[in-house]
Design a protein around this ligand. Structure first.
Ligand code: PEP
Ligand code: MN
Length: 371
């Protein structure tokens, strides 16, 4: 059994959402609608599974979502006249509500309480603020171990590092690939930090998932739908980064692709968008946190490193992100930024990272959160 599987089992002891995998695979994509089957608060497990079967027998896909108060079943599929009545007649059903948002299971309509994702040492959501630090790329065992120890010493809860790198130029460093994954796994072994690393291609999903705690989908791949489906079929948590020119609806629908395959452990990462502004690498809209919290139950991560592209802008944006309610930060930190093989200009030193964690913690405390 891989480490990530073991961690996953532990996670399921404190589940917030569990999405049932179903057999209904080939829905016609014409007029898809979503309905929330709200079960009565005392509904039995038998009533809930009988209801899920009834949803499926009507040709809809059933996603069972356990909230703190009661269970709902999101029923998503082709629109038909009689569906609502057929669902309302089920035992233990309280009411049937339409899901108005274009995304269904990612929507706050189906689950008003926030989703908390636990992946090893990393807890994201609710009143926990995750702090993921580490270099843009894994460059060597020494570099990564030094970074990992610094993240741990500063009070970080997750370790980042790219082994498969999406680079603008094919001549730039492409990452250490599986060797890099092994180094990340060693760093987890020594420090206990959960690993977050990017998967670039569908054919690498199983390999990367066997080493990491969180699969990162990069901005350039946010609309790679086959890749989204592939990570949706793993048992790994996923950090989905916003495409540099994606709208919020496109972002949430990309999350829906992952969840539609049965993986509910999705965190959304705002990492900045492309605008006319050239003083910063991207423009980082912190209002995304508040917007997304109104639309989805999924936790929100802010990446102030790619979001600004300048190390000196990162600490203040990190503090502001915690203040506005971000559930986690992902920050690039390199033992020697001037020697980094990628993104050194936006990477903090270990000292700056530690200082930033300290400042963020003060804000987290002030708003009743733990970091
Ligand atoms: C990264 O995290 O190093 C990265 C490439 O991020 P993004 O996909 O947001 O550009
Ligand atoms: Mn980077």
């Amino acid at each position: 059994m891989t480490i990530s599987k073991t961690l996953l089992e532990a996670d399921f002891k404190t589940p917030v959402v569990r999405v049932q995998k179903t057999v209904t695979k080939h829905l016609k994509k014409g007029s898809i609608e979503g309905m929330i089957v709200v079960m009565k608060s005392g509904a039995s497990a038998e009533e809930i599974s009988a209801m899920a079967l009834r949803v499926e027998s009507l040709g809809l896909k059933a996603h069972i979502i356990e909230g703190t108060e009661r269970t709902v079943i999101a029923a998503v599929g082709e629109k038909r006249e009689s569906t609502k009545e057929a669902l309302a007649a089920g035992a233990g059903v309280d009411e049937i509500l339409p899901i108005l948002a274009p995304y269904k299971i990612a929507s706050k309509e189906v689950k008003p309480d926030p989703t908390i994702i636990t992946a090893g040492s990393l807890v994201v959501g609710g009143n926990k603020v995750g702090m993921i630090g580490g270099p843009c790329s894994v460059e060597s065992e020494e570099q990564l171990m030094e970074a990992a120890r610094a993240v741990k010493a500063a009070g970080g809860t997750g370790l980042r590092g790219g082994a498969f790198k999406p680079r603008t130029s094919p001549y730039s460093f492409q990452g250490m690939k599986e060797e890099g994954l092994k180094i990340l796994a060693n760093a987890r072994e020594e420090t206990g930090l959960a690993v977050v690393t990017e998967v670039l291609a569908t054919e690498d999903v199983d390999l990367v998932a066997s080493y990491t705690d969180v699969l990162q989908i990069g901005a350039r791949n946010m609309q790679n739908y086959r890749l989204l489906e592939a990570v949706g079929n793993t048992e790994c948590a996923v950090m989905l980064k916003r495409g540099a020119s994606a709208t919020m609806d496109e972002f949430l629908l990309a999350a829906e692709y992952i969840m539609n395959e049965g993986n509910a452990r999705v965190m959304l990462c705002e990492r900045g968008i492309r605008t006319f502004e050239s003083h910063t690498r991207f423009t980082l809209p912190l209002a995304s946190v508040t917007y997304l919290k109104n639309k989805t139950h999924l936790p929100i991560v802010i990446d102030p490193s790619h979001g600004t592209g300048h190390a000196y802008l990162v600490p203040d944006m990190a503090v502001a992100a915690v203040a506005i309610g971000a559930d986690a930060l992902i920050i690039e930190m390199h033992p020697r930024p001037e020697e980094a093989m990628s993104d050194g200009y936006q990477s903090l030193t270990p000292e700056q990272f530690e200082d930033t964690v300290g400042r963020c913690r003060v804000i987290a405390d002030a708003i009743g959160k733990q970091m």
